[in-house]
Design a protein around this ligand. Structure first.
Ligand SMILES: [Zn+2]
Length: 482
């Protein structure tokens, strides 16, 4: 039986609420290994839906999946100077295997650029071999000191795209294209609006020329970096001697990109939509989009009600709607409603003897509103429409909330005040100096999330850095981040 104690509210303690939502919905659990989590079936089902949608989009943009080893020779990591500096502090290293000390220690991959480029050096000879467009679904390990379920764990699941191109322009186009794919996925599937833009040097991926990111604002008005896409230039190609013969017959290094999203997205989904009753899952990513709860007292009622419930399930399944009939005995309907609410199932159908007689079902939505009877005739079309509407409303609500928590043209005082208080996205001018970024971070804990892409910029471009008053080189968006 599910725990029926009320959750801590978001207003009382957002962090406690987050953990309780995960436990109530049985998405994940703490493991005996510090910093590592177990993704339970209800959480893994969401990840599978995410994978399915993203994988389709990757393939539709010409990518193929492959798999590279979990272990990376330690010397590989140090070939790209910035890369090793960025990742060495958080690597796990295997020194023994089969009872013997290894000649060369093996790093458990924190990311796979190095092992992949060592292979690309073998596979790529000519411009005819380009582009190489490969994605890997894998686990990675980063030795995190402070961990949070889904948001920051020592081991996590992700995908990492690694592509090689003949020209800088092609690599840049790929980097931008995949950022766009991520944005589409986050908005259309997760109903999570994002800002896209460029990272400053201090937040850039270790070894990249440029890093672009998707940034979302959670309900506690802290930012979540939800996905990144890197233009790696020729940095890794030089480090791993990935050269190719150009169409003109000269030898050049390939231009490469990498891009990734992880199980962190599930944390983003939870913190974007869920409420004080538990998980709210956008219909497109829900394990079950509809749960049917049969209600009956006598055996005769039970036969009729279960028969209608199963027939309805079959009709919905045939229409591509993921449907579950909760026919468990000995649990009252009210307790089942409560449990499915906590698990975030978008739509619930209640079917009792009177509904059977009327050839209808009672429809309840996870996002609220009145229960209402719906005819069983045409039910699949009706529920499709309900889910489409819910999907759009969740995105619109999240966008409205984000905009209400954003200020533009901010002054230094407003930045300080916002970061000491409610948080949110603060737009303002930036001089480009790392010293300003550092001071702001020290004094307000805020970082520049992105230098936003044109469509997210303010109508009037700021002329001065909000911190030091020097001329602004770009508008920046600050926030406290996960
Ligand atoms: Zn400045």
């Amino acid at each position: 039986m599910a725990d029926t104690k009320a959750l801590t509210t978001r207003a009382a303690d957002f962090s406690a609420w987050y953990n309780e939502v995960i436990m109530r919905a049985e998405l994940a659990d703490y493991s005996p290994v510090r910093g590592c989590m177990v993704i339970r079936p209800n959480g893994y089902a969401i990840w599978e839906e995410m994978q399915r949608a993203l994988d389709r989009m990757f393939k539709d943009t010409g990518h193929q999946n492959a798999y590279f080893p979990l272990f990376i020779p330690q010397s590989f990591l140090s070939r790209e100077a910035e890369h090793v500096e960025g990742f060495a502090p958080e690597t796990a290293v295997v020194t023994h295997g089969g009872g013997k000390e290894l000649e060369e220690p093996l790093v458990v991959r924190p990311t796979s650029e190095t092992i992949i480029y060592s292979m690309y050096a073998k596979w790529i000879q000519s411009y005819r071999d380009l582009p190489v467009l490969i994605n890997q679904w894998a686990n990675v390990v980063r030795w995190e000191l402070r961990t949070r379920l889904f948001l920051r764990t020592t081991e996590f699941l992700w995908q990492e795209g690694h592509t090689a191109h003949a020209t800088e322009a092609e690599a840049e186009a790929e980097t931008r294209q995949m950022l766009g794919v991520y944005r589409t996925f986050m908005e259309d599937w997760m109903a999570m609006p994002v800002l896209t833009g460029l990272k400053t040097d201090s937040e850039r991926f270790a070894g990249a020329l440029r890093t672009y990111a998707c940034e979302a604002l959670m309900q506690d008005d802290r930012a979540l970096q939800a996905g990144t896409s890197h233009n790696l230039g020729q940095n890794f190609a030089r480090a791993f001697e990935v050269t190719f013969q150009t169409a003109e017959g000269t030898l050049d290094y390939v231009w490469s990109t990498s891009w990734g999203v992880s199980t962190r997205l599930i944390g983003g989904l939870i913190m974007t939509h869920s409420d004080d009753n538990g998980l709210v899952c956008p219909p497109r990513l829900a394990q079950y989009q509809v749960v049917i709860v049969p209600i009956h007292k006598t055996d005769e009622e039970k036969t009729a009600v279960l028969d209608t419930a199963q027939r309805t399930r079959a009709v919905l399944a045939a229409a591509g709607i993921r449907t579950h009939v909760d026919a468990r005995e000995g649990i009252k309907p009210g307790a089942k409603y409560y449990e499915w609410e906590g698990r975030g199932v978008p739509l619930r159908l209640e079917i009792g003897p009177r509904d059977v007689a009327a050839e209808s079902a009672m429809l309840a939505r996870r996002t609220g509103g009145k229960k209402e009877p719906v005819p069983l005739a045409g039910i699949a079309e009706r529920l499709h429409a309900e889910m489409n509407r819910m999907q759009i409303e969740l995105l619109e609500a999240a966008r409205a909330r984000r905009e209400a928590a954003s200020i533009r043209g901010a002054t230094r005082e407003q930045l300080i005040e916002r970061m000491a208080g409610p948080g949110g996205f603060v737009y303002g001018g930036f001089c480009g100096a790392a010293s300003c970024e550092t001071e702001i971070k020290e004094q307000t804990k805020a970082t520049i999330r992105v230098l936003p892409d044109p469509e997210f910029r303010s109508p009037v471009a700021p002329t001065r850095c909000l911190w030091c008053g020097q001329p602004s080189v770009a508008e920046a968006v600050w926030a406290k981040a996960y």
